[in-house]
Design a protein around this ligand. Structure first.
Ligand code: MG
Length: 309
């Protein structure tokens, strides 16, 4: 199996001894695919043993097949899709830069628009998305997909701000839930859905700007709090997932960082490329998929992702 790289232990940076429990001594850093330009948005389908992920500048969604090891095109053009998740019915939910919308791919393959505007103004370029257990769709809307021609179409922001939104599952109404971000990005709930973690990658647009994860208290359809939970020490956090122990496994400039409950960085998986997003997969949810700049990587770790997407 020539995709097997160095042993995972050779890619680990243990900061706190508590990280060692997650380090499998006989696990590999696997390079699964290397033909992307900027990979993002991994989402796992245990029912079809595959991983979908975006190759944003190449305007396509790729699919890695866990049973064959083959990566192939799932959808092209993809409207420069970015983040993906699955709703509680298992359907694919996608952020699309170019079309400036969030969509759902139905079980028969047809596509339904979930959100493309706020109060009559087009969204910027939805970046990442999660669905809560009540069916509400929460997504971030920074400007990366309209800043230039590489990851979408260069366009002005109609809204004039980069907000976090919630789409009501009953009415379909799009509401702002956070409006104090420079560039909101990845987001994920805690297991009990009482906390919503949201990244601000504002440092890309503001000198010495935010490069951190904030933690919000969730009360039904509203958020409160929003204190800084963890500051990235290399590059930027972008997309992330939580495991069953409450750790955040997040992308960063030097690979993947593991942040323990409370916010302490306990260890890193060092990846040869800047990592943009991660998700757990494998039949036991213990395989960490990592979207690097050009490549898709994976490693089995000593924990499991939360049983949602
Ligand atoms: Mg992102």
């Amino acid at each position: 199996m020539d995709h097997l790289g160095a042993m995972l232990k050779d890619h680990l940076h243990v900061i706190d001894p508590s990280f060692r429990r997650y380090c499998l001594l006989n696990s590999y850093m696997e390079t699964l695919w290397t033909d992307g330009r900027w990979t993002e948005g991994p989402v796992y389908f245990g029912d079809s043993r595959g991983l979908l992920f975006s190759d944003i500048p190449n305007n396509r969604i790729m699919r890695y097949d866990e049973t064959t090891g083959v990566t192939s095109v799932f959808r092209q053009p993809s409207n420069n899709s970015n983040g993906h998740t699955r709703d509680r019915q298992g359907r694919l939910v996608s952020c699309e830069h170019q079309a400036r919308r969030v969509t759902r791919t139905n079980h028969d393959g047809t596509i339904t628009v979930i959100a493309d505007a706020y109060r009559g103004k087009r969204l910027n370029s939805p970046n990442d998305v999660v669905v809560s257990s009540d069916g509400a769709v929460w997504f971030t809307d920074p400007t990366y997909g309209i800043d230039g021609q590489y990851e979408g179409d260069k366009s002005p922001s109609e809204i004039g701000a980069s907000n976090v939104y919630r789409v009501d599952p009953s009415s379909g109404e799009v509401a702002i839930v956070a409006d104090d971000f420079v560039q909101p990005n990845g987001l994920a709930f805690s297991a009990d859905e009482k906390t919503l973690y949201i990244v601000d990658t504002g440092a890309t647009h503001v000198e010495d700007g935010p490069r951190h994860i904030r933690a919000f208290s969730v009360d039904g359809s509203t958020l409160s709090g929003g204190e800084v939970y963890s500051v990235c020490d290399v590059g930027l956090y972008d997309g992330f997932r939580l495991d069953i122990d409450g750790n955040i496994w997040t992308s960063a400039g030097d690979g993947v960082h593991c942040i323990a409950p409370g916010g302490n960085l306990i260890g890193k998986i060092l990846v040869p490329e800047t990592v943009a997003n991660v998700c757990f997969g494998g039949v036991k949810r213990n395989r960490l998929y990592m979207c690097g700049t050009t490549g898709l990587f994976s490693a089995y770790v000593g924990t499991q992702g939360l049983p949602y997407f």
